[in-house]
Write a new protein. Structure first.
Length: 542
DNA sequence: CTAGGGTTAG
């Protein structure tokens, strides 16, 4: 670097005004070549040694460099703090830097507050969106709103939209966001979309939809907000039908497309919806669309493809995309592991995890990874291995188990008939056991014919979920299997009195563009005989 | 120099 600087100081050969102009050109160019803090310090020493009038300009460049290239906000702040009175550009640069690093987001607001207290420099309307992006405190939007009104920027659509967005992200803030939205004189497509996303985040899909219907104009992000809202709230087929509307709205009569065509964000959501609904054919079409339109295979898209193919049962395709994806993030690994687990590929799921482990601290597993692993172990009946993973998760990785992890563990132990250990786990849980936990235990009791424990599980289940008759029906079946008909009659009578009917389990699969749907104990499919013949042969083979 | 949209688990 010293050598580089030696040859890269053209301003030393010129004097006066032209030397300053050269500095303005060459400092950014020098910064582009630098990649380490030490190199930056050399430039800094040179600049501040000159003590010229444009200190603020160069400090601005250096702060931005610290934030964007080095991610060293503390050093950026030191440069900032050396200035006697930083101008609005410096405050904006420093606040933007903090706001874009989640772990520093509270500093963004604190620095803004300092600026307001000093009353110098005066804020401009550009700074508010940056300040609001940090979202450190729930009351922050209110405070900033007050400042905005006082400083006279209250009617700037961009500032209002940033405020609206900030309100809508704070808990129970959608109503405040809506008030602001209703008061706005000038609403842009961005304001509408921000409001829709606010509704989406609290699961108010009805409000989101009706606002979307009323929008005077729509662009790609507004369609995406609605489609993403559907997938994030579990309305997967709805998401796909909105995708179809989007496509037909973007297709003119001559069959050519224009306007709001699906982009990378749209297809990432749509692929997720395809995975959840098993819509393999559409998923493949979307894959082609991605390739035809040269949409970049970024993390979101490649991971969504892995997930879609995996969930639809095309594990070879999923694995192919996973293997060809050079840049993988945690979600890539998790998607692959979870898909393999879903289809009972225990050995492969574990081997993908072990490959992931070779990256050490560069690719640490999280909660979702362990859900996949525990599911894989349950499918494969690897009780001890599953227990070891659970142990490693809490002990080695310091991950607090979710209720889902306990659900997997109880499922694993219950299927293996290890009821004593299962009860121990339930007793030691820091979270209140839910119906999944007792349901998993009950399932284990059914497999192993443990009536007493089944009674306990059912009583807990009825407490937690009184309207669901399925548990009682399961208990009745269990008595039936053991020939205890008196007990069967008793349970059925209670079920009838409580008017609790079993909601049947339902699954479906798409084969050759045709959807086949099955309820539990369902004999209505036209090829039922063949299906059950194959099923029985599979059971025999197992 | 400013505002809205994305993947995994349940």
């Amino acid at each position: 670097m010293a050598r580089m600087l030696h040859y890269q100081r053209p301003w030393q050969q010129t004097r006066g005004a032209s030397s300053m102009a050269n500095l303005h050109e060459h400092v950014p160019r020098l910064l582009e070549r630098c990649s380490h803090l030490n190199q930056l310090k050399q430039i800094q020493a040179l600049l501040f040694g000159l003590a010229h009038a444009d200190t603020q300009f160069f400090a601005f460049k250096l702060v931005r460099f610290c934030a964007l290239k080095l991610s060293d906000l503390d050093y950026g702040r030191r440069i900032f703090d050396h200035l006697r009175s930083p101008n609005i550009y410096l405050y904006t640069a420093m606040i933007t830097a903090y706001a874009s690093h989640p772990e520093h987001s509270s500093s963004a607001f604190l620095l803004y507050r300092d600026m307001v207290r000093r009353a110098r420099p005066r804020p401009n309307h550009f700074i508010y969106p940056h300040v609001l992006k940090s979202r450190s405190e729930p009351l922050e939007a209110d405070i900033v709103h007050g400042h905005v009104l006082k400083s006279g920027f209250g009617q700037y659509p961009v500032v209002q939209t940033a405020l609206l967005d900030s309100y809508s992200r704070s808990s129970s803030g959608v109503d405040s966001a809506r008030l602001l939205f209703d008061e706005m004189h000038e609403r842009t497509v961005v304001s509408w979309t921000a409001m829709i996303s606010g509704y989406v985040r609290f699961g108010l899909m009805g409000d989101a939809m009706s606002l979307f219907e009323k929008m005077p104009e729509r662009d790609v992000p507004s369609w995406n907000a609605l489609i993403a809202g559907c997938t994030q709230n579990g309305f997967f087929s709805q998401a796909l039908s909105i995708l179809r509307s989007m496509i037909s709205a973007s297709t003119s009569e001559d069959g050519k497309t224009r306007g709001n065509r699906p982009n990378a964000v749209t297809v990432a959501c749509a692929l997720s919806a395809c995975g959840h609904t098993g819509t393999l054919q559409l998923g493949k079409e979307i894959h082609c669309y991605i390739l035809r339109n040269g949409l970049a295979l970024d993390f979101y898209i490649s991971n969504a493809l892995i997930d879609m193919y995996g969930k639809c049962g095309s594990l070879i395709e999923a694995r192919g995309i996973f293997d060809r994806t050079v840049k993988r993030n945690l979600t890539s690994w998790n998607s692959m592991i979870n898909c393999l687990a879903l289809h009972g590929q225990t050995r492969q799921a574990i081997s993908v995890f072990e490959e992931m482990m070779t990256f050490g601290v560069d690719m640490l597993p999280d909660e979702v990874t362990f859900i996949g692993l525990l599911n894989a172990c349950t499918h494969g009946g690897h009780v001890e291995r599953g227990q070891a993973y659970f142990e490693a998760m809490t002990q080695d990785y310091g991950i607090q188990p979710w209720i889902e992890h306990y659900g997997c563990l109880i499922d694993l132990l219950g299927r293996a008939g290890k009821f004593e250990e299962a009860l121990q786990v339930i007793g030691a849980m820091k979270i209140q056991p839910d119906e999944v936990i007792w349901g998993s235990l009950l399932n284990g009791c059914r497999v192993h014919g443990d009536i007493d424990l089944a009674e306990l599980a059912v009583s807990k289940l009825i407490e937690l979920d009184p309207d669901n008759g399925g548990y009682g029906a399961m208990l009745a079946n269990l008595y039936g299997e053991q020939g205890k008909w008196e007990e069967v009659r008793r349970v059925r009578k209670t079920l009838k009195e409580r008017d609790a009917y079993k909601t049947p389990g339902c699954s479906w699969v798409e084969i050759n563009n045709q959807l086949h749907q099955f309820y539990s104990v369902d004999l209505t499919h036209p090829r039922t005989d063949e299906i059950y013949t194959v099923l029985e042969s599979l059971v025999d083979a197992g």
